[in-house]
Design a protein. Sequence first.
Length: 358
Amino acid sequence: MKSLFIVHTPYHLILAAGICKEQNMKDTDILIYKDFDINSIDLDNIKDLFENVYLYDKNIFTVLNIPKLKTFSMIKSKLKNINSLVKNKYHKIFIFNESLLETQCILNKKVINKKAEIIYVEDGSNVYIKTEDRKKNQSLTSKISKYLLYGFNYEDVGHTFGVHTKIQKRLVVWPKIVREEFKNDSKILEEINKEVLISGINSCYKDKIEETYKHEERVFLLLEHLEFFTLHEDADLEVYKETVEKIITNFRHKTIYIKYHPRDNSEYLKDILDKYVNVKIVGNSEPAEIYYISDNISVISTFSTTLFTATKIAPKMKIISLAKVMNMKNEDLIKKFITIGVKIPNNFKELMKLMDEG
């Protein structure tokens, strides 16, 4: 039974590798969209898990001279190349983001032939957090143009991945706290366990799992995507900047690791971060999860995916959300964080006290 994973981020790659290894899957391919820095990973680490590794590059066509690896490049058109890739040969297709035209082309092609099981694997926090519906703001002309361009089989899912009608099953890290629409339909919902995450991290990043600073006292601050402050009405960018700087100055005695969202290249905090010598910037394409297999580290974010993965991988670490510090009103999400063990201080003073606790 041949399977295909379609991934877009380092986190997706970790989950794909972990699922493949833990389920002892054979005859499996992976299609990696070059939406992140491919050079940040050693593809040799996954060649034993996947029969073929296809790189889908929208701009640059690359050939990899690595045994068992093949490069899939867009030469004439997206749809022609995607159709050339799948060739009706997959019985299971694992997707993380079905909003893309190429992915939907695969879904329609496989379902028409009634041979493939379509499985959605969580993209990150959007299975738990409700964001603004992008479709509501579209004009009728925009909608008609999109369907004429993409075809009438295209389903505009907006920012809510995992809702395409062709999906039969969903795999998520925390099934009990998914969004209500994921609980109320007929799709199967299964848990991604801790072993899958750790197995995926070790498979993809075995050469980078950091040991050098294993006993160094650190704070890992995961930044929100700049777009986050547009999608959430109560998210104030200026308040966020002030909060980040206060964390850095109050923990001068510790090393502060800062990581932007993998799809955010804005560097919107550069002016602040450049002022401090205790700050180390982690590359966008380097997943935070490889730091969680470690000791003496505190993880701080607001609504980042990393809060969900950190509590699954290392529940004894200090894992903190700044939601209330920033006066955000998403009570539903705050309750979900508390359910899985995320600490949520009410203000900056409580944050300091929590961080100082042994």
